[in-house]
Design a binder for this molecule. Sequence first.
Ligand code: HSE
Length: 304
Amino acid sequence: MNSITAKAPSSTANLGPGFDVFGLALDAFYDTVTLTRQKNGISIITGDSIPVSPSKNTAGLVVQYMKKKFKIKSGIQIKIKKGVPAGFGMGSSAASAAATAIAFDRLFGLKLDGNTLVECAGVGERASAGSIHYDNVSASVLGGFVIVRTKPLDVLKVLPPSDLRLVVAVPKMVVPAKKTQVSRSVVPKQIALADSVVNLSNAAAIVAGFVSKDSELIGRSIQDIIVEPARAHLIPGFNSVKKNALRAGALGVTISGAGPSVISFATKKANLAKISSAMKKGFASAKTDCTVVICKPSGGAKTI
Ligand code: HSE
């Protein structure tokens, strides 16, 4: 085989109380990566405004890492087509990294297990996040709902309930170049034990909700009293977006990953169009336009 293409989904990280631990693949947007054998070196082709130097590009970092780890001598051309908006908390770099890891695995017949694919894709996060965290890449590689244990890395996947629906509002705003670093810098370094108990109880209930396929339990447990309050000021109109969505029937509302997108959890029974327009109005109250996407959980990265 000379060339292979893989696509990987967008994702939401944290789901409220699961900071750096929970991820959910979303069928809202996809990145596509084609890897082609070439004589020497690593080259990157893209029509999108992303770095083309391999050591500064998410996919480039993954290829560099996997070439070294698996002693692959061949040169590789990487063609990237971005579909996931970059810098908005939708797992954009993770999607490129996941598609690259899957394409590399198939191109060289490595037959890697899920944890190893996630570890390889996680290297790409360094390009955008500045630190490696595996919540988005795990979701994008494996699909569904994921729980990330670290030291050693151990990623657990649970299939989401079929009636779970998400409404994601992506605000039209200029995000800082190092957005994830900025939004991580405001997260408290120390927390009260009582707060950690509240978040832990909600996180545990979210897991129980996914395992028992109970979307209502998931939705009402999307409550974070530690990270969300610290980051809310970075998102224009966040409190109105959240309040409006809850009034319109969302079961739970929080920041998608490091933001600034906001995500509502609901079931297919809810009036999703009403939740969408409620979120839009919330952003409009802060003079901010947004794009709203109604979506479902997605499967993981795959070759096409
Ligand atoms: N868990 C990470 C954060 C996701 O919230 O900072 C960012 O990609």
